[in-house]
Design a protein around this ligand. Sequence first.
Ligand SMILES: Nc1ncnc2c1ncn2[C@@H]1O[C@H](COP(=O)(O)OP(=O)(O)OP(=O)(O)O)[C@@H](O)[C@H]1O
Ligand SMILES: [Mg+2]
Length: 510
Amino acid sequence: MAGQLHNMADDSNQPNILVVDDDSEIRYSLNRVLASRGYRVSAAGSGEEGIEMVRKSPPDVVFLDIRMGGMSGLETLQHMRGVNNKLPIILMTAFGTAQTAIEAMKFGAFDYIMKPFDPERVLRLTENALKAVEDLRRASDIQPKLKSEDWKEGIVGSSAAMQEVFKIIGQVAASDVTVMITGESGTGKELIARCICQHSHRARGPMVAVNCAAIPENLIESELFGHEKGSFTGATAQRIGRFEQCDGGTIFLDEIGDMTLPTQTKILRVLQEGEIQRVGGTGTIKVDVRVIAATNKDLEKLVADKTFREDLYYRLNVVRVRVPPLRDRGSDIPEIVEFTLQKLEKNRKSRVRRVAPEAMEVLTRHRWPGNVRELENVIYRSAVVAQGDTILIRDLPPEMGQAIATAAGAEPKAGVGDRAGPAGTATPAPEESVKAESSAASGALASVLDTLFETLSREAPGKVLKRLETEVTNRALARANGDVARAAEVLGISKAVLKKRLEESVDSRG
Ligand SMILES: Nc1ncnc2c1ncn2[C@@H]1O[C@H](COP(=O)(O)OP(=O)(O)OP(=O)(O)O)[C@@H](O)[C@H]1O
Ligand SMILES: [Mg+2]
């Protein structure tokens, strides 16, 4: 039923117009009008099919029927704009009410045309749409880039990947379009959801986050939709559900990939109907809620495995924000570190201002399976352990040992004044720690260190730092007569870290 309706050998430079209508007569008549001007025309008999065609090879203009069996025109439009938000879509309807016209334009339609068509109007609209695309194309070259400082919500990242994410946030924030955010755990999905919400016209409305994985199956309905007093054992008072709580605002459905199938069905119903029914209640209640969903699961796979409803998937996956893992955007690490330290300082939780270049090198080399959350935690912990106002390699958690071992050569060098870090990551070391380290490396101490270094590199090649650490730790403990607290104080680490190091040194000997 669909496909290329008109295809001549010499017209590949002609604009391509896609017609989506479930009525074959409309497809036929539009094709005739459009082809008469030399346009290439393709056609689809359903919204789903149309979306697929837009994905595969984007047309220049779309004519889209509002009322179709299966996916409605407005829904199809949202999906198509999710694929390509510059695509001009002209909606067609047989019923010209103010409401549909307004709705159509609010959803971002380029224009709106009534059936039966006047062929001249069809052609004029097509020309206008093509011209608009051309204008947009020219304007996009001078589109301002969003800077990370613009995001007062506290989200940073100047990597190309995050800039793309920010752009999408900007594009979708103002509309009510449903957004699906996917990415590994700890990549910032919730932060992005809040960001979208704060930039929307619903910013003053409530935002309610629901962790779909955390609510027990038997309570989910009451949790989401509320219940009337006495509707089940234990329902001692009326309860307002989450959807009702965030009427006029945004609901953030988190971990949607972990929802059970019955829950999915219930969520789908409220999304389709825009109204809820309290458990034990009689009437329905209209709710005006914008939905943002997130998951770290591979939803496409869940759909293929039939553990996630395909219709719900289409409902939610209108615009997709894919948040890249931190390891794919290493250039963001120094910024996130700086940002985290500023947050700590603001809350007066730490005096630490910077990270020594060698430590930053370790941080940028780490794989970060826990993404930004893991990085934040490492900074929190290291800031607690750090002595001055700078995080050094030794302040990083012992479990980053692998990376520390590879970067180890750098830190002793830093002591004799060679502080050049990798370009872009170098943070100036504070006066005090440079002084302390250079005096430590001077005179008698320097020669002791030389001997020590030579001995250890002969005895324990590849493990010099670890051995030195073990030796010094044991010495400190012996001198403190086994008093862990005192030894930790002398060493400048926490008791917990000291204990951990002792355990590790026992392990590595065993
Ligand atoms: N780009 C960023 N800039 C600054 N902080 C960030 C950024 N991304 C994430 N964070 C911080 O990292 C932490 C984790 O972010 P968030 O909770 O949004 O991740 P998530 O993807 O929802 O994780 P999960 O899948 O585990 O729920 C938060 O403290 C957040 O503030
Ligand atoms: Mg989350």
